[in-house]
Design a protein around this ligand. Structure first.
Ligand code: HXC
Length: 514
């Protein structure tokens, strides 16, 4: 063979391997409404930026007829590329090759790209479409999963790890995503479960569809396993690109500073919060009124909607927002909203993203269901996460800040750097009704007209405590500000915090109430 023939042979070999499971399997993939692994990588990355590694890697399994089988790419594509010009590492499982199942060499490819991502301190994005551990390879595939999970954990808090679920991900295929920072799902395409419907039928005798067991909506709305929901794969890849434009690409780099831009929405921030504390409003209005271009990317939008978390920019700098949502369950902290907030706080802290907390909540949710679901254990996560975080912490109390809710939502007492309150703030141990019923019980019971007396005592309590000035008089609130002054105060606070330093204790790590 001369040199040109050798080049031709290589091109042919490459083209064949790049076909994955072959044309028939690709057609099946398309018929099930999915893109191929290669199309996915092309859509995600900057055009033409993908550099593939390990195209010719082969499995070395010998049992169950595997010795004779050639698996193109061993069912996974790995490599590097760029998003908005910044480098990233990526892998995409190829369902057309034995269902994207994970054998040992398949896992080796994934761990190789994880190692590159860690060494180069760049984000690692995994596109998952896999039937889980390759059954024919037995314990070798389990070993492969273990090595991936180990690296997920080592990379946690160092580089962003993003998982995209684009198929029926079963067994081990769900645990690597669960260890990463963000899980993206697509309606009707994504499925995640530990055991598939067939196993469930065999073991439990129950029939259930993949969609009902672990579809995109289930994980976005009920389980909280997914952080972003898209209607199709194209939208999903745009969401990933947008998220990466907000977050730092490692824990040392910072998110960078863009030009400061004014909020775009036409919202009169002074009139967002209704005077009557029982009337709800959408706290996202407040976020949009203070962020550059009113651009806000919400994380876990459909899960535990009583708290809103996500990223926006103020004066060109990325901040993480955590805001009680009065529109939903009055913005209470419960099991799920506590989990959601605590994890987000820890993410911001790990990646040096300042936290802005907007407070309006009646406290932790009471009731047998919540107590038995562990609201003490889960609620404690919020206290722990805020107390542990050393990034700039700026708090604005918009309206209600009652009891444990007041303390938990980044209060001065948990070491917030700045605490502002709007004139509508009510900072008290509990709401006026409950408080008056308890502390004036005797007077109310003994009164000629108990109902009138109750009303009078509620008013008395409101007069005394349903305002920000008692807390301000003790220095727990730094300033009572007009809503329209909020963005200016946040800009100033963030500027002051730019060189913030906190002495860290020399312990190995704390024991959060996981
Ligand atoms: C080997 C597999 C496989 C697997 C699928 N395939 N899963 N091969 N090991 N785990 C193969 C199928 O045999 C088939 O090959 C091809 O992939 C496509 O699969 P289909 O079943 O035709 O596709 P579909 O109907 O879409 O169903 C997808 C599925 C189903 C829901 C994922 O294949 C399934 O239930 N697979 C098993 C899932 C599972 O229980 N995994 C757990 C493994 S244990 P052909 O040649 O016919 O095209 C595990 C433990 C790790 O992961 C724990 C770590 C903590």
């Amino acid at each position: 063979m001369n040199k040109n023939e050798k080049v031709d042979a290589l091109l042919h070999k490459r083209r064949d391997v790049m076909l994955g499971g072959g044309e028939k399997a690709i057609q099946k993939q398309k018929e099930s409404g999915k893109l191929t692994a290669r199309e996915r990588i092309d859509l995600l990355l900057d055009k033409g930026s993908f550099n593939e590694y390990d195209l010719f890697v082969q499995h070395d399994a010998r049992d169950f007829g595997m010795a004779e089988k050639v698996l193109n790419g061993d069912g996974v594509i790995i490599g590097t590329g760029t998003i908005d010009g910044k480098p990233v590492c990526v892998f995409a499982q190829d369902f057309t090759v034995v269902g994207g199942s994970l054998g040992y060499m398949h896992a080796k490819k994934i761990t190789k790209i994880q190692d590159v991502a860690m060494k180069m301190r760049v984000p690692c994005i995994g596109i998952n479409d896999s039937g889980g551990a390759r059954i024919q390879e037995g314990v070798s595939s389990l070993a492969g999963y273990g090595e991936i999970f180990y690296r997920n954990t080592q990379a946690s808090g160092v580089i962003p790890q993003i998982s995209v679920i684009l198929g029926p991900c079963a067994g081990g295929a769900v645990y690597s995503p669960a260890l990463t920072d963000y899980v993206f799902v697509v309606d009707k395409v994504s499925k995640m479960f530990i055991t598939g419907p067939e196993v469930i039928k065999t073991v439990l005798g129950e029939e259930i569809s993949q969609e009902d067991l672990g579809g995109a909506r289930v994980h976005s709305e009920i389980t909280g396993n997914a952080h972003f929901f898209a209607h199709n794969e194209e939208e999903c890849f745009l969401q990933i690109r947008k998220l990466l434009s907000f977050i730092p690409h490692n824990n040392k780099s910072g998110a960078g500073k863009l030009q400061s831009e004014k909020p775009e929405v036409n919202i009169d921030i002074n009139s967002v919060v209704p005077i009557d504390p029982t009337i709800p409003y959408d706290v996202r209005q407040v976020i949009k009124a203070v962020t550059d271009k009113s651009d806000f990317i919400e994380v876990m939008e459909k899960f535990a909607q009583n708290i809103v978390v996500g990223f926006g920019r103020i004066d060109g700098k990325t901040v993480g927002f955590i805001a009680n949502q009065p529109f939903y369950l009055a913005g209470v902290l419960d099991v799920n909203s506590s989990d959601k907030a605590a994890r987000f706080i820890r993410y911001c802290d790990a990646f040096n993203i300042p936290i802005v907390t907007l407070v309006d909540l009646p406290g932790y949710l009471p009731g047998v269901d919540q107590e038995h679901a562990g609201v003490i254990r889960h609620g404690a996560k919020v206290l722990y996460a805020y107390s542990e975080a050393t990034v700039p912490k700026i708090t604005v109390i918009l309206r209600k800040a009652y009891g444990g809710g007041y303390i938990a939502m980044s209060s001065r007492h948990l070491n917030a750097d700045f605490v502002y309150a709007w004139p509508t703030a009510e900072i008290a141990v509990m709401g006026p009704q409950g408080a008056a019923n308890i502390i004036f019980r005797k007077e109310i019971m003994e009164a000629e007209n108990p109902e009138d007396m109750r009303k009078q005592k509620v008013e008395e309590y409101k007069e005394r405590f349903a305002n920000p000035y008692v807390a301000a008089a003790k220095g727990y609130v730094d300033s009572v500000i007009e809503p329209a002054e909020t963005r200016g105060m946040l800009i100033h606070a963030l500027l002051l915090c730019e060189n913030k330093e906190e002495v860290k204790s020399d312990r190995k790590h704390g024991i959060p109430p996981f």
